[in-house]
Design a protein around this ligand. Structure first.
Ligand code: CAA
Length: 396
């Protein structure tokens, strides 16, 4: 179990650099993202312009060293930026999270120098957009049962990939995809290989775009591979290492989703606080009633607990870079608690706002819809409980 005493001090005071980054992202997100969030939610279009601006600010490669096009910051910085972006709009933060923790992190940790130069530099600098593709129509939580196949050609130069992937965040717009396929099905999860896939090559087909309840501006689609020829040089890691790579990247990804959840929850909480002060009923602001006060107290307490668990997971990941120890449990606990907190707080926020919470004239109903996905993607709450309990009970 990781402790909370750390290089940031026992009270988790942020460094000057962290505060500067958080304030700059907050300013950008409130100025550039908040005004367009409802419009993109309604249309379901991808907000390319603001995503490009986030890239210019270094937000598409926060933890990537500057030599590979990134901002060279740490995981606490990543979490702080994610919270501010998600507070403005969850859809934007989904794009940032996948690009940073599932794709860039994978290329930095497992990629060859040539792969880093070809793929990581444009992704981390925000020129290109990345996606991570594990899920299939018949393989979600049980990720080891995928059917997409990659077979080495006779010349030994390329893997020929065939299959259908689903629920790929940024699938409709991605330039580069970290793709997981079966290369040796008889070996089950030890027969899975990860590839870095270039969306420009023939045989890469973008499938149906998902119509979604929330995070509607983050484009999600199927990806179809029809005799896609992937050069052997584009294997990520080694053949057969794909499942471990997928899980390792999800550990990092789950910290991003925890931070996203904190951001959504904070937006809903602050809106509720303002409304409780302004809205009058029975001759006084509704914040004067103890039933509303009880909600405010529970919302604030859970929000801060979720934030601390998210910082804790970020610190565990930072320590892991030095010790090599896994931070799986810390990431799962943060993701589980923060996502269920986001759902709880947005639910309470709609209730506090009454009819206005149900209206599209205020952002609260969007926060409520956006929060739900955090309990589902990058491992459902049920899967997080499995991961935590297996680790605590020393089970496999
Ligand atoms: N890090 C490194 N290795 C890991 C690991 C981790 N976090 N978790 C498991 N492994 C290793 C194990 O050590 C084991 O290795 P050995 O065989 O060498 O001993 C191997 O992987 C198999 O592990 P398990 O036996 O535990 O595997 P399992 O089949 O029982 O699955 C699971 C475990 C936790 C349920 C896992 O399948 C899982 O996390 N499922 C959820 C998948 C998920 O999150 N999907 C979301 C996809 S992304 C998305 O949402 C869309 C998007 O665009 C964002």
């Amino acid at each position: 179990m990781q402790t909370l005493t750390n290089e940031l001090g026992p009270s988790l005071d942020l460094s000057e650099e962290h505060v500067m980054l958080r304030d700059a992202v907050r300013d950008f997100a409130q100025r550039e993202i908040v005004p367009v969030a409802a419009e993109f939610d309604e249309s379901g279009d991808f907000p390319l312009e603001t995503v490009r601006k986030m890239g210019e600010m270094g937000l598409m490669g926060i933890e990537i060293p500057e030599e590979y096009g990134g901002a060279g910051m740490d995981t606490i910085a990543y979490v702080l930026a994610m919270i501010e972006i998600a507070k403005a709009d969850a859809s934007h933060s989904t794009v940032v999270s996948v690009n940073n923790s599932l794709v860039n992190h994978g290329l930095l940790k497992f990629g060859t120098e040539a792969q880093r130069q070809q793929f990581l530099v444009p992704l981390a600098s925000g020129e290109k957009i990345g996606a991570y593709s594990l899920t299939e129509p018949m393989s979600g939580s049980d990720a080891g049962t995928m059917r997409t196949r990659a077979e080495l050609n006779d010349a030994g130069t390329h893997y020929i990939i065939n299959g259908v992937k689903s629920w790929v965040t940024s699938g409709p717009v991605a330039d580069t995809v970290i793709l997981f396929t079966m290369t040796e099905p008889e070996k089950r999860h030890k027969g899975i290989t990860a590839f870095v896939v270039d969306a420009e090559l023939p045989g890469f087909i973008r499938g149906k775009k998902e119509p979604k309840l929330g995070i509607r501006a983050s484009a999600t689609s199927e990806l179809i591979f029809e005799d896609y020829a992937c050069p052997v040089e584009h294997i990520l890691g080694e053949p057969g290492l794909g499942f471990k790579i997928a899980m390792t990247l999800l550990d990092a990804g789950r910290i991003g989703i925890a931070a996203q959840s904190v951001g959504i929850a904070e937006a809903a909480y602050e809106a509720s606080l303002a409304y409780a002060r302004e809205r009058e009923a029975f001759g006084q602001p509704i914040g004067g009633f103890q039933l509303i006060q009880g909600k405010i107290a529970d919302m604030k307490t859970r929000l801060e607990a979720a934030r601390l668990l998210t910082y804790n997971a970020a610190l565990a990941k930072m320590r892991s870079a030095e010790t090599g120890e896994r931070y799986t449990t810390a990431a799962s606990m943060a993701k589980l608690f923060a996502s269920e907190t986001a759902m709880f707080i947005t639910h309470q926020a709609v209730q506090i706002h009454g009819g206005m919470g149900y209206s599209k004239e205020m952002p609260v109903e969007r926060y409520f819809r956006d929060a739900k996905i955090t309990e589902i993607y990058e491992g459902t709450s049920e899967i997080q409980r499995v991961v935590i309990a297996r680790s605590e009970l020393d089970l496999r």
